[in-house]
Design a protein around this ligand. Sequence first.
Ligand SMILES: [Zn+2]
Length: 74
Amino acid sequence: MFFLFGLRSKDHVIGTRVMTCEICRWEAPQQIVRRSTKFTLFFVPLFPVKPASHYMVCGHCLGFRRADPRLIAA
Ligand SMILES: [Zn+2]
């Protein structure tokens, strides 16, 4: 008998804001992305293994960076 288990991370876009990018310094739409990681059994996601993390993706340079927690609360 064998078990296929592992972790899977999935990104969800939860919003977009026009801001100045910290990487390229352009004012461009910044996507706010929520990443959740779940335990999988036979490729079926079952339960989260750690708290979700939030990131921002620049629409100009596609730079990927951690989001400021104050932006997510607003
Ligand atoms: Zn940028």
